[in-house]
Design a protein around this ligand. Structure first.
Ligand SMILES: [Zn+2]
Length: 61
């Protein structure tokens, strides 16, 4: 897991801190805090976003 990345490793563009939806088997689990690259659209969840995401995944089991 890459933590709090601020520059896209693929295009060297500054990532934007926003929220991004996480999809699992076509279902959206919710929006989580993430850095999103404005150029290629890659999403890297922040520590907080990833924690929230893990909580949602655990709930399903
Ligand atoms: Zn990028």
């Amino acid at each position: 897991m890459i933590n709090n990345i601020e520059v896209c490793p693929h295009c060297s563009k500054k990532m934007e801190l926003k929220t991004a939806p996480y999809n699992d088997n076509g279902k959206t689990l919710g929006n989580f805090e993430a850095y999103v690259c404005p150029s290629c659209g890659r999403v890297f969840y922040t520590d907080n976003g990833y924690k929230e995401l893990t909580k949602h995944i655990m709930k399903k089991k």
